[in-house]
Write a new protein. Structure first.
Length: 317
């Protein structure tokens, strides 16, 4: 009789424990975007946090590189905040988006606990609004049509005669050069480091006549060329005939930190706005953009003596 009563009591306790476990609400995952509305390429911070019992392990997606249509530049892991027998665990994601519109960012997952007893928790989806660098109603400047050669006319015989004369003159000069004794080659010019070359070019741009003449577009064309050549030489990122968004993405893959990448975005997007959207900043704004480029170079300058081979500077239309 006593054994039967003990079994009944044990069964009742087990059922009560299961009912309590089933009624326990899983922790809520909080997710915040700051700011929730930006322009293309601006930095965004996403903070995901959850409150769990102290000592319970929580695993986040710390290897996340792409979140929806947003690029994850880096992830910070602050220490947990403990309050009695509870702790709040957080991750801070640094993002950038290079497409305009309302971007739907899917829920983020995390695991609470270990092994078979682990519980998968999910945040809510969030929306990031991305504006264009163009003002409302502003359009890109019309592109020039491709050049078409003129039809062949009466000048063709004269052109052929001039070509023949140039060939004969070149052959004569080559013959005379071969008769002369060979001159010793001149020593190669010392190659500037990427940062020294870029800082020298930025100083020459500010000291040049572009701003005084009001040549704002040419000023920003040269500024973009200086920044792209520095990125190419310093990090090996190809920049020839590539858009600012492509250069920024490759620079992020090459290892630039979030602050340096934000400077790249500000300078190149600002230059694009002047070159293609007919924006016309004041001279003070132009000098501020050069200062941003100088800060980028000084943050990422080479500390070693080795200097990579220079490549031809990229040219932009």
């Amino acid at each position: 009789m006593r054994a039967s009563a003990a079994r009944c009591v044990g069964l009742a306790l087990l059922l009560a424990a299961r009912a309590a476990a089933a009624s326990e609400t899983p922790p809520r995952v909080d997710l915040r975007l700051e700011p929730a509305e930006v322009t293309v390429g601006d930095p965004v911070t996403a903070t995901i946090s959850v409150e769990v019992p102290a000592g319970v392990p929580v695993a986040f997606q710390d290897d996340l590189k792409q979140w929806g249509k947003a690029v994850v530049l880096s992830i910070d892991a602050p220490p947990p905040e403990t309050n009695g027998d509870r702790q709040r665990v957080r991750r801070v994601l640094h993002l950038a988006a290079y497409e305009t519109g309302e971007l739907e960012l899917p829920p983020l997952e995390l695991r609470m606990g270990e092994g078979d007893a682990a519980t998968v928790l999910r945040s809510d989806a969030v929306t990031l609004r991305v504006r264009s660098v163009l003002a409302e109603g502003e359009e890109l400047a019309d592109l020039r049509p491709p050049w078409e050669p003129p039809p062949v006319t009466r000048w063709l015989p004269w052109a052929l005669a001039a070509l023949a004369a140039a060939v004969l003159l070149g052959a004569y000069l080559l013959w005379r050069r071969r008769r002369r004794p060979a001159e010793p080659p001149s020593p190669p010019r010392p190659l500037l480091s990427p940062d020294a070359e870029a800082l020298q070019a930025l100083a020459a741009l500010l000291a040049g006549p572009r701003l005084g003449r009001g040549e704002i577009k040419l000023f920003h064309v040269e500024l973009a060329e200086i920044v792209k050549r520095y990125i190419h030489r310093r990090f090996g990122v190809p920049t020839l005939e590539r858009t600012s968004a492509e250069v920024t993405h490759d620079a992020q893959e090459a290892g630039l930190d979030a602050d340096a990448l934000a400077l790249v975005v500000r300078v190149l997007q600002g230059c694009d706005g002047v070159k293609f959207a007919r924006q016309r900043p004041e001279p003070a704004g132009c000098r501020e953009r050069v200062e941003q480029a100088r800060t980028l170079v000084e943050r990422t300058r080479l500390l070693a003596a080795a200097i990579p081979d220079a490549s031809p500077a990229p040219r932009e239309g």
